[in-house]
Design a protein around this ligand. Structure first.
Ligand SMILES: [Fe+2]
Length: 407
């Protein structure tokens, strides 16, 4: 880590005669009862200026002392499917023989991914939560609506459903099913084998903003006593309305549910995503990302949620992207293939269904080391950072020089 001018200044301050500081610290013991703090440390931000640091090692280290108290920083991390996946079978086995089914007391059968840098909080980055859920045959998550934007990335081959605002979406591996904020939705499995998917939400952001709520007092039509809403559109409704690029139906409201700035298309099919990537495989792509597609609100091209951007990324055999770093966080699920991501000086090998997170500020690049294609699904909070005027990105050229991608 390079020593910066502010490091030099704080060292100089620390060396100053400290009788006055000691006197103030004594006063602080008393003043704390009044919920005030007498400043005895510089008003330094908690992190170094990430964009100036040129090495590949970790950027954005936390400061120490009272200034940085209670601040936490997500770290780069990979969850190996081989290690975490069996817990789904184990919780499903407990449910089969349970006196009280876990879904009754836990509401869901799932495990949540916990970033080791965030003190046990149920989140993978500052804005993103991820849970891996299993629905055994007959399981239902009753209809509800909430403030967070949420999605499902389907990992099992086939089976299970999510109904959103009357549209039933049958889940198939590789599908992305969206439940935007303000949409009534329920999940379940009426097939004969368990289904598994990854739920990804902007839940931590809503909690931080103290704006998180959930309502389950649904007053629409329900399927008998199953606590699931009745589907009143034919299967594939999203695709019929919005599945053809450049053509929009002119007779429906763009807003579905009562959320704002969210996509009216709820279901993006894995087969369509894979074939769109395939069609583009001979393009040059982006040196930092390879061949990528964004899932957008088809009515206006904006991100599907105001906070999160969803992407699919094809890395061809032997392809290695250049290093890039951003102020935004990115969370990845490996849908296909084998490779590695180097991030903040660490290397994370991955294979199908592995999951990893690249927190902001860290240099990262992807390498497809397998014989076949690799497909990653990525979720980024870039739209949020753009909206608050804080999105910046840099790229690293082969010679190590830094290129400003977004200043
Ligand atoms: Fe939900």
């Amino acid at each position: 880590m390079a020593v910066t001018e502010s490091d030099r200044r704080s060292e100089a301050r620390a060396a100053l005669p400290s009788r006055a500081r000691e006197a103030m610290e004594q006063l602080n013991a008393e003043a704390g009862k009044l919920n005030i703090w007498l400043r005895t440390q510089a008003n330094a931000p908690s992190q170094h200026p990430w964009f100036r640091e040129t090495g590949l090692e970790v950027s954005g280290q936390l400061a120490s002392g009272r200034v940085a108290a209670n601040q936490m920083k997500a770290v780069a991390h990979r969850w190996r499917w081989q290690e975490i996946g069996p817990y789904l079978d184990r919780i499903a086995a407990i449910a089969r023989d349970a006196d009280v089914r876990p879904i009754e007391f836990a509401d869901r059968q799932q495990f949540l991914l916990v970033n080791p840098g965030l003190g046990g909080r149920l989140q993978v980055a500052s804005t993103i939560r991820c849970a891996i859920s299993i629905y055994s045959p007959g399981d239902v998550a009753p209809v509800h609506v909430h403030a967070p934007n949420a999605s499902r990335t389907i990992l099992s081959a086939k089976g299970g459903y999510t109904t959103i605002e009357g549209e039933r979406c049958e889940a198939v591996r590789g599908d992305l099913i969206l439940t935007p904020n303000g949409t009534w939705h329920d999940h379940g499995n009426e097939d004969d084998a368990p289904v598994v998917w990854a739920d990804i939400l902007d839940f931590p952001l809503l909690e931080f903003l103290d704006c998180n709520w959930l309502d389950d007092e649904f007053h629409g039509a329900m399927v008998s006593n199953a606590r699931a809403q009745t589907a009143h559109y034919a299967p594939g409704y999203s695709g019929k309305l919005y599945g053809q690029g450049g053509i929009l139906p002119n007779f429906v409201a763009r807003r579905r549910g009562f959320g704002h700035d969210t996509t009216p298309m709820f279901h993006y099919r894995g087969a369509d995503i894979r074939s769109a990537l395939e069609d583009l495989r001979h393009e040059a792509g982006d040196p930092y990302e390879g061949i990528t597609l964004r899932f957008v609100n088809p009515a206006n091209g904006s991100p599907v949620f105001p906070t999160l951007d969803y992407r699919a990324q094809l890395l061809r055999p032997g392809e290695a992207t250049r290093f890039k770093r951003e102020t935004a966080n990115t969370f990845y699920i490996v849908l296909e293939g084998k490779g590695a991501t180097e991030v903040g000086g660490q290397r994370f090998d991955w294979e199908t269904n592995d999951i990893f997170v690249v927190p902001n500020f860290l240099w990262r690049r992807h390498v497809n080391s397998g014989a076949g294609d690799s497909v990653l699904y990525a979720v980024s909070d870039q739209p949020l950072f753009e909206k608050i005027g804080q999105y910046r990105a840099q790229g690293r050229l082969h010679e190590g020089a830094v290129e400003q991608i977004v200043v």
